[in-house]
Design a protein around this ligand. Structure first.
Ligand code: KG4
Length: 338
C-alpha cells in the first residue's frame, strides 16, 4: 500500500503545498508573496493574510497536479515552526481541518529539519540521496548552522551563528548599497561581474565551529561610509566589485568553519540547504571544496533551497514511517533550533 503525504509550508512569506508518494515528488506548488517588496522586509500581518488567501488554491493545485484525489492522502505534514506565528497558525489550522475532514493523521515538521532533509526529495526513482552521516551547512535568512545529520531524526548542531545569519549579512549589506529586499539574489547577480579581491572586509576570529557575521556587516558599512565621504558616487561606481568582495568574504567565512567541521568529524558527504544555498558563488565553492577533498557534495536544486512544501512532505514522510504522529491540539512554535 503506498504512502501519500501532503506537505504544507507557511512559516514565513511563501505558501506552499506538495505531494510525495513513497518518497517520490508528485507536485510542489509555491505562492510567493510580492506584497512585502515595498516594505524592504516581510511584514508579519500581511504575510498571515496572504497565507489565508493562498492556502486553499495552493493545496488544491498541489493535489490536482499530483494527479491524485484528496481521499488518496495517507497523512498531512505541516510546518509547526520555527517561523512567524501568525503565518504558522494558518498552515497548522488548515492541516488540522483537512486531517479531521479526511480522517487521517497529522505529522508536525520542524522547518529546519525540512531544509536539512531536502536532499531526500526524489523526482525520479534513481535520483541520488545522501548516505548518513553527512554534514549539512544550513544557511538562510534566519540561520547559519553546521549540522551533523546521523539519521532523519538524529541531528547534532556542531556550530551556529552567534549573531547574524549569512542571509542577513547579504540582505543588510545589499540594503546599504540601495538594493531591493531580499538583497541576496541581487548581490549574487552583481558579483558575477565584479572583482572579489578588490575590497577587504573583516572576518571573525571566534573559536570552535560557531559563525559570526555582524563584524563583516559593520566593516562593509564603514567602507561605504568612508569612501562616500571622498566620492558620493562611490557605491554606484563600484557596485559589482563591492558585491563580489562581500560574497567572497561570506563564502570564505562559511568554508573556514565547514573545513574545521569536516576535519573534526571525518564525514565524507557535505550537503547545503536554505535560501543562501541558492547563491552561485556558494554552490561553486562547495562543489570545488568537495572535489579537492574527495568528498561527495549534495547541492539542492534552486527550487528546493528556499521555503517549499516538498521538504516538509519528505521530512513528514520519514516521521510517518516512524509512527511519529502529532495530536490535534498541537500549537505552532515561533522559535526552535534543529
Ligand atoms: O531559507 P530562506 O528562503 O528563508 C528564510 O530564512 O527566511 O532564506 C532567505 C535568504 C535571504 O536572506 C535571501 O537574501 C537569501 O536567502 N538568498 C540568497 C540568494 N537567494 C536567496 N542569498 C545569496 N544569494 C542568492 N542567490
Amino acid at each position: 500500500m503506498s504512502i501519500t503525504i501532503l506537505g504544507i509550508e507557511s512559516s514565513c512569506d511563501d505558501t506552499s503545498a506538495a505531494v510525495i508518494r513513497d518518497g517520490l515528488l508528485l507536485s510542489n506548488v509555491i505562492a510567493s508573496q510580492k506584497v512585502h517588496e515595498e516594505y524592504g522586509g516581510v511584514v508579519p500581518e500581511l504575510a498571515s493574510r496572504a497565507h489565508q488567501q493562498n492556502i486553499v488554491p495552493v493545496v488544491d493545485t498541489a493535489i490536482r497536479r499530483a494527479g491524485i484525489d484528496k481521499h488518496d492522502l495517507t497523512a498531512i505534514a505541516f510546518t509547526r515552526g520555527p517561523g512567524l506565528l501568525g503565518s504558522l497558525l494558518v498552515g497548522t489550522s488548515f492541516a488540522k481541518g483537512l486531517a479531521i475532514g479526511l480522517g487521517i493523521p497529522m505529522v508536525d515538521v520542524n522547518h529546519l529539519h525540512g531544509h536539512v532533509l531536502s536532499h531526500f526529495i526524489r523526482e525520479q526513482a534513481d535520483d541520488e540521496i545522501p548516505e548518513f552521516p553527512y554534514l549539512c551547512l544550513l544557511i538562510s535568512g534566519g540561520n547559519s548552522q553546521l549540522i551533523l545529520v546521523k539519521s532523519p531524526k538524529d541531528m547534532e548542531v556542531l556550530g551556529q551563528t552567534i549573531d547574524d545569519a549569512a542571509g542577513e549579512a547579504f540582505d543588510k549589506c545589499a540594503k546599504v548599497m540601495g538594493l531591493p529586499y531580499p538583497g541576496g539574489p541581487h548581490i549574487d547577480r552583481l558579483a558575477a561581474e565584479g572583482d572579489p579581491t578588490r575590497f577587504k572586509f573583516s572576518r571573525p576570529h571566534i573559536p570552535g565551529l560557531n559563525y559570526s557575521f555582524s563584524g563583516l556587516k559593520t566593516s562593509f558599512l564603514y567602507t561605504l561610509r568612508d569612501n562616500i565621504k571622498l566620492d558620493p558616487d562611490f557605491v554606484e561606481k563600484n557596485r559589482a566589485d563591492l558585491a563580489a568582495s562581500l560574497q567572497h568574504t561570506i563564502i570564505a567565512i562559511l568554508l573556514d568553519k565547514l573545513d574545521k567541521a569536516v576535519k573534526a568529524t571525518g564525514v565524507k558527504t557535505i550537503a547545503i540547504g536554505g535560501g543562501v544555498s541558492a547563491n552561485s558563488g556558494v554552490r561553486a565553492a562547495i562543489a570545488d571544496y568537495c572535489q579537492k577533498h574527495g568528498l561527495k557534495a549534495f547541492i539542492p536544486k534552486r527550487a528546493f533551497t528556499t521555503d517549499n512544501a516538498a521538504m516538509v512532505a519528505i521530512a513528514g514522510y520519514f516521521k510517518y514511517l516512524d509512527n511519529d504522529l502529532c495530536s490535534l491540539d498541537a500549537t505552532p512554535y515561533a522559535r526552535v533550533t534543529v
